[in-house]
Ligand binder design. Structure first.
Ligand code: UFG
Length: 341
């Protein structure tokens, strides 16, 4: 029997590489497309090494219709997982058109290629950012979305709507939007992980670089939130668990499990963790120090957001497995490997 073949756009990136590994482990064939604008070919090599599979890689921009038609032609994809997107909130405020072109334009282009080539199943990388600061916590999939506070956040909302409308209009098309909470950690092999360019925006890469001595100290953005220790609460989801959610989403689509042709799932742990708790846990499980200082709140940050994961648990049969300790160990193992520590 031929294996179902999946196109993974942005497959050289952080979540894309981990998902490619899990897909191959679950019996899918994978083709990776990435323009390497925020990733490195070494990440694809990492996927090949872990899986022992010579995963095909195409360097191309998902916004390029000719290049995408070439990728779709002859591959007979069963589905697409669309990761390719820019993700720096601050940069999106400075360069909104880049974000609308990269994130919205490329998504439309890929969907058009899917329709032209009769490819039916799309899993879209959405984000908990669509909830903003929810009025009630934890956030369920029915929690109303809040107006986006950045062009980046808006692209996630717009792309969800594009997927919903496309599924309604094109009879063969199915869509699942996965709303990721805060992905962290790395593959247990330490062969793939997050590769931020320049100064990391996100908490865990900043912590690992500080522990490695690359950054003098971490700034904790605000300790005056209305939370138990005053620092902000997030739902940190292990990247391997997150990757597995894509596999079950695709299996649901390629099988006959979908309740409706457009579905949305929260992908998180359901457990809120404060910035300070995360730092302290990292220090404890890895036996390293993370010097930090408390600074002012970061513009645009919400106080607290975490997931109600009931729907993913019951409908996808998916649940986060890795503990925060394991995840933070994997993050440090990855940083150590990168820096030869
Ligand atoms: N933080 C610090 N210091 C840092 C970096 C972050 O204190 O140097 C804090 C933030 O203020 C926040 C928490 O750590 O309270 C997590 O921050 P991240 O930047 O790691 O993640 P965010 O929750 O801001 O954003 C992430 C993704 C976005 C996504 C959003 C959805 O980066 O792409 O989750 O909730 F939209």
């Amino acid at each position: 029997m031929t294996k179902p073949r999946i196109l993974v756009t942005g497959g050289a990136g952080y979540i894309g590489t981990h998902t490619a590994v899990e897909l191959i482990g679950a019996g899918f064939e994978v083709v990776i497309v990435d323009d390497l604008s925020n990733s490195d070919l070494s990440a694809v090599e990492g996927v090949r090494k872990i899986t022992g599979s010579d995963v095909p890689f195409v360097e191309a921009d998902c916004n390029d219709p000719v290049a995408m038609d070439e990728v779709f032609a002859g591959h007979g994809f069963s589905g697409v997982i669309h990761f390719a997107a820019s993700k720096a909130v601050g940069e999106s405020v400075e360069e909104p058109l880049k974000y609308y072109a990269n994130n919205v334009g490329s998504f439309v282009n890929i969907l058009e290629s899917m329709v032209r080539h009769g490819v039916q199943n799309m899993v879209f990388s959405s984000s908990a950012t669509v909830y903003g600061q929810p009025d009630e916590l934890p956030a369920t999939e029915d929690t109303p979305r809040k107006p986006a506070t950045s062009p980046y956040g808006n692209t996630k909302q717009v792309c969800e709507d594009i997927l919903r409308d496309s599924v309604a209009a094109y009879p063969g098309l199915n869509g699942i939007a996965l709303r990721y909470f805060n992905p962290i950690g790395a593959h247990p092999s330490a062969l793939i992980g997050e590769l931020p360019k320049g100064i990391p925006n996100n908490l865990v890469p900043f912590i690992t670089q500080t522990a490695a001595g690359i950054r003098p100290q971490l700034s904790i953005y605000g300790d005056d939130y209305n939370t138990p220790d005053g620092t902000a609460l997030r739902d940190y989801i292990d990247v391997v668990d997150l990757a597995k959610a894509h596999v079950v989403a695709l299996e649901r689509m390629t099988g006959s499990g979908m309740k409706s042709r457009y579905e949305i799932f929260n992908i998180g742990t359901g457990r809120p963790v404060s910035v300070l708790e995360l730092v302290k846990t990292f220090e404890k499980v890895n036996g390293v120090e993370v010097p930090y200082t408390i600074s002012g709140r970061r513009a645009g940050d919400v106080e607290a957001v975490w997931a109600d994961t009931t729907l993913a648990n019951s409908q996808l049969g998916w649940k986060a497995q890795r503990t925060l300790d394991q995840t933070l160990r994997s993050a440090w193992d990855w940083e150590k490997r990168l820096r030869n520590l």
